[in-house]
Write a protein that binds this ligand. Structure first.
Ligand SMILES: C[S@@+](CC[C@H](N)C(=O)[O-])C[C@H]1O[C@@H](n2cnc3c(N)ncnc32)[C@H](O)[C@@H]1O
Length: 260
């Protein structure tokens, strides 16, 4: 049974994986992970994956990027259980550990990881400054924090369209601006910081996703999650497309390096 407060309960996992791929609770699949990790040598490294979801990325980091070890952390039991099953089925239990953690400081010693990674999960963490400090603390000198996340273009009051979208998502988003992320990284001590706006890519991708939901894969989704659940998500995608089109919803890639 899922706890009532789980945002990514079994039906949400099923729906998102149908749309985004087995083990993925965010868009873009392995191609997007490759773009995010461009120029990063993951071979032989110990990677922390913050908000690992149902584990597809942790498996990819081991199988496709040859990470020596991956530690995935998440705060929700259904995704942690799904990730553990995926790791076991992939025969990667010796390489990948999935931990259920409480929100807040990471339960790891200083300088435990070579790379701190995250894909579209920091949106759920309100205190970006604490998060950046924790990432810095657990990285070894010279290590990189590399992440993708869903940002808002400014720190003022969100537009009505953005408020409506966030409410419709119902996932307790804690969005912040690129400027806030950059200053959180700087204050934590990171150097070589860069941010890349992925809005143009996701705007196009989300249009394609909506046409799958409404048209080309509609029957498949109705059979798996039911008409009402699908219609609610079509509403979400329409609300999201409005704020993607305005640029207010601006997914980013960002990275920063701990001083060697
Ligand atoms: C959009 S999903 C992305 C999952 C995965 N990274 C992926 O791309 O498939 C966001 C994940 O962040 C997790 N999450 C929420 N709050 C968190 C926190 N404070 N620390 C770690 N993970 C968190 C959620 O449980 C969920 O699994």
């Amino acid at each position: 049974m899922n706890a009532a407060e789980d945002l990514y309960a079994d039906q949400a996992i099923k729906f998102l994986e149908m749309l985004w791929g087995e083990g993925y609770l965010s868009p873009g699949g392995l191609d997007e992970i490759k773009r995010l990790l461009t120029g990063m040598d993951v071979r032989g490294k110990h990677v922390l994956d913050i908000g690992c979801g149902s584990g597809g990325i942790a498996v990819g980091l081991a199988n496709e990027f040859n990470a020596q070890r991956v530690t995935g952390i998440d705060v929700e039991k259904p995704v942690v259980e799904a990730a553990r099953r995926r790791v076991e089925n992939a025969g990667l239990s010796d390489i990948i550990e999935i931990k259920l953690v409480s929100p807040g400081p990471f339960p790891f010693e200083d300088e435990s990881f070579d790379i701190v990674f995250s894909k579209d999960s920091i949106i759920h963490i309100a205190d970006k400054e604490m998060l950046a400090k924790q990432a810095y603390r657990v990285l070894r000198p010279g290590g990189w924090f590399v992440a993708s996340d869903w940002l808002i273009s400014h720190d003022d009051e969100p537009s009505q369209a953005m408020k409506d979208y966030i409410k419709q998502e119902g996932l307790e988003f804690r969005m912040a601006s690129p400027g806030r992320y950059e200053s959180a990284l700087e204050k934590a001590g990171f150097s070589n910081i860069s941010l890349t706006n992925r809005n143009p890519w996701y705007l196009q991708t989300a249009k394609q996703e909506l046409s799958e939901l409404e048209d080309t894969r509609r029957a498949e989704f109705v059979a798996e999650v039911g008409e009402a659940y699908l219609l609610d998500n079509i509403k979400t995608w329409k609300a999201m497309l409005e704020v993607l089109a305005s640029g207010e919803h601006c997914p980013h890639h960002f990275r920063g390096q701990k001083t060697a």
